[in-house]
Design a protein. Structure first.
Length: 766
């Protein structure tokens, strides 16, 4: 059979029933489907009797390649850096690998297994030298069963930074009202580049047929949804199964696809918070990206997902729903495979035993200084200097990687680098996996940031999206070193980064003081300094200081900006004490920088945040503290304008909704506060809220004897808007308004009694 050649970009890869399905966007922009066979390779190490039982079981499952029976090879262990004999097994049925991985926990400690838990499409791309949206060439033959791959080839590389992606067509799906309101009374909104449709789900078959017509007419490459994973797609697929008609959501109509329909997500505890993750509904032959179920999309848009997918070799839809930490793990895995290491299925390096004194020395976080308020909570002509990607740079520069900290190859008496304060040894014989992976990521982000300074328009937006996705990966990289389930993590390496970070921040502080500058504040990777008498800085002297700090710390120090005025707002618990991570100020450029204040809080009502943002915009126009104080009447005018709008009932109820996260399941709440009462109301309306989910509510009357009259969830407001006409809690919202005003103006004000701004006016009707 004569073979043919197709060229284009790799659009998607997935597997079903031991066949790999590969979609190509060819040079004319057409989507083409190809089929391939793939036999992943795993390795096992242990007693021969145990390995014989493993192989026997795999033969029983018809999962071992007959043409390549298991054989022993010599391969390199990751942590030990030793070459040992391991059993190489070619898996002829890739679908059994998840079953093998699930059973490994019962056998943990009896033998070691490697390369078994890699995502199969990613493992295929590793083996073939491919990655999402790479430029590639496919040699194939065609028969009635489809296009069969003979060979694939790509000269493209994930390390290329200025790459092109094919033109992709997008369709947008969302619900007009809250996602908790059933689709029978909640129109499905469908938008394309040229059209807008609202489909009401009174008759599910009619809805599915209309959607099918739109999908076939538009043939989108991407379906971008809001709450698609949690609500829209479970509803569409369940109705399709019930009725027996499936709209063309999947471009691939021939692959046997089994979907288990569920709307129940998972709730898990991380970094002190309960987080909710919706179920996953990827499509086949198209991308489905749920903007509400994708951290990367929220922070870096579609191009951010593309950037991380190319680097990690995770398929686009998998990357959209994954964390940046998972992407980094796969990048590290790529480095490990290229270096010939055996990649363990589970983290195997546990924390070494420590004495209480050693634990006290090692188990410290980043260094934070309280702001110096000896001359007040406001200051002028303050320079902020930031280390550029401090923690990832430490990991790259000092070779901090789990296999390199207290490594097995460099003994206690060898000439190695030592971690300050805690005395851990760092290997000098090999480059760490984590260090090597981060070097390239740091280089990429620096390139994108540099390019963004000299471009504009859509090109600028692309560079910003790419560097934003890498920024979050670099932020995650440090936390993943100490994460208990990280494949390439180990607590000693996490502690080492903190130790180097504390040393470098102290060096920066001492260097600035040696130059005669006054120290104002420092937090983890930033220092704030001023000159005696608060006289202005020159660019030359700050650049000279940054160069000196760079020489001493081996990490680039940059001038984030010079504040013409800077404020450290007081704590709400103690008005005399500022909070280390809350500050706001105006740069010489006129830009305002704010951290930890109301305008950056998503839980406050939109109306309240808008008021503070307008006040901040006004403050941005004032160059000095004196300018601010002399124009106090102007900011008071802003306050009274919005306060008057509240009292007169001119604020739409939708702008007064507060956003909160449920910290537990409803039945676990012991105190029935606003969140619990809102969840209870929603439950009575037939809408369950899982732990970690976000919900919005409006405050009606906190002091009402009837708990039902205290708060109103967003869904009740949308379904029964007339119920809010009885009034809202005016006192509560006016207190919120005063609190955000006090937060940014207390230190400049000619008066101190902000509560006097609230004159009792009672309640109002909409």
């Amino acid at each position: 059979m004569e073979s043919r050649i197709a060229k284009g970009h790799l659009f998607d890869v997935y597997h079903a029933e031991d066949t790999v399905y590969l979609w190509l966007k060819d040079e004319e922009g057409r989507p083409l489907l190809f089929l391939d066979k793939f036999y992943p390779i795993i390795y096992a190490k242990g007693e021969e009797a145990l390995l014989s039982k493993l192989v026997k079981r795999l033969y029983e499952l018809d999962a071992v390649s007959i043409s390549e029976p298991p054989r022993y090879e010599r391969r390199k262990l990751f942590y030990e850096n030793e070459i040992v004999p391991v059993l190489r097994i070619v898996i002829s049925r890739p679908s059994v690998l998840p079953r093998i991985s699930r059973k490994l926990y019962a056998l943990y400690g009896k033998f070691d297994i490697y390369h078994s838990d890699m995502d199969l499409p990613t493992s295929y791309m590793f083996q073939k030298g491919l990655f999402p949206l790479c430029e590639m060439e496919i040699e194939y033959t065609e028969d009635p069963g489809g296009r069969r791959i003979v060979n694939v080839r790509s000269d493209d590389s994930p390390e290329i930074m200025d790459y092109k992606i094919p033109e992709l067509k997008t369709m947008y799906l969302e619900l007009k009202k809250s996602h908790r309101i059933c689709l029978e009374s909640n129109p499905l909104v469908i938008r394309t580049k040229t059209d807008y449709h609202e489909l009401l789900c009174k008759d599910p078959r009619d809805l599915l047929e209309k959607l099918d017509i739109l999908l076939k007419m538009e043939d989108p490459d991407i379906i971008l949804s809001r709450h698609g994973d949690q609500v829209i797609f479970p509803y569409l697929f369940s109705q399709a199964q019930r009725i027996g008609f499936l709209p063309a959501l999947d471009r691939d109509r021939s692959t046997p696809i089994r979907r288990h329909i569920t709307t129940k997500g998972t709730s898990y505890f991380t970094y002190g918070n309960i987080v909710f993750r919706a179920p996953s509904y990827p499509l086949f032959g198209r991308w489905h990206i749920d903007s509400k179920n994708s951290f990367v999309y929220k922070e870096a848009d579609l191009l951010g997902i593309v950037e991380l997918a190319r680097l990690s070799r995770l398929p686009m839809q998998k990357m959209a729903r994954a964390s940046t930490g998972k992407a980094l793990t796969y990048i590290e895995m790529d480095v490990a495979l290229r270096r010939g290491y055996l990649v363990p299925w589970q983290k195997s390096a546990v924390e070494a035993p420590k004495t209480a004194l050693q634990l006290l020395e090692a188990d410290k976080g980043g260094l934070v200084f309280q702001p110096n308020i000896s001359e007040g909570k406001t200051a002028e002509n303050v320079a902020q200097l930031d280390f550029a990607q401090m923690y990832p740079s430490i990991m790259a520069n000092h070779n901090i990687s789990p296999e390199c900290v207290n490594c097995m190859c460099c003994g206690p008496d060898s000439d190695v680098n030592i971690v300050p304060d805690i005395g851990y040894r760092i290997c000098k014989k090999r480059k760490g996996i984590v260090s090597e992976a981060l070097e390239h990521v740091l280089k990429r982000r620096a390139h994108y940031k540099q390019q963004s300074k000299i471009t504009s328009g859509e090109v600028l937006e692309a560079y910003n999206a790419k560097q934003a996705s890498l920024k979050w990966m670099l932020v995650t990289s440090f936390g993943y070193l100490g994460y208990r389930n990280a494949k390439f993590g180990r607590l000693e390496s996490h502690e080492s980064v903190n130790a180097f970070g504390r040393e470098k921040l102290l060096l920066a502080k001492e260097t600035a003081e040696n130059y005669g500058y006054e120290f104002v504040h420092a937090i983890t990777d930033s220092i704030f300094i001023k000159k005696p008498g608060s006289t202005p800085f020159s660019d030359e002297e700050l650049n000279k200081l940054c160069e000196e700090i760079h020489k001493k710390t081996d990490i680039k120090m940059e001038v984030d900006g010079i504040y013409t005025w800077l404020l450290f707002p007081p704590s709400s618990q103690d008005r005399e004490m500022p909070v280390a991570n809350r500050y706001m100020g105006r740069f010489q450029s006129g830009k305002l920088k704010c951290r930890g204040i109301g305008a950056r809080r998503k839980d406050l009502p939109y109306f309240v945040r808008r008021v503070q943002e307008e006040m901040l915009e006004w403050m941005r126009g004032k160059v000095t503290i004196r300018d601010l104080q002399e124009a106090e009447s102007e900011i008071l005018t802003i306050y009274h304008k919005y306060d008057s709008m509240l009292r007169r009932g001119e604020v739409p109820p939708e702008e007064l909704l507060l956003l909160k996260s449920s910290s537990k399941e409803l039945e676990e709440y012991e105190v029935m506060g606003a969140t619990a009462l809102s969840m209870m109301k929603l439950k009575d309306m037939g809408m369950d809220v899982q732990a970690g989910e976000k919900l919005k509510y409006i405050v009606l009357n906190r002091k009402a004897k009837n708990a039902d009259r205290r708060y109103m969830p967003e869904e009740e407001l949308q379904l029964h808007p007339e119920r809010v006409k009885k009034g809202i809690d005016l006192e509560y919202y006016r207190e919120l308004l005063v609190s955000v005003f006090r937060e940014i103006w207390l230190e400049f004000a000619s008066f101190k009694d902000f509560d006097a701004l609230i004159d009792p006016q009672g309640r109002f009707d909409f």
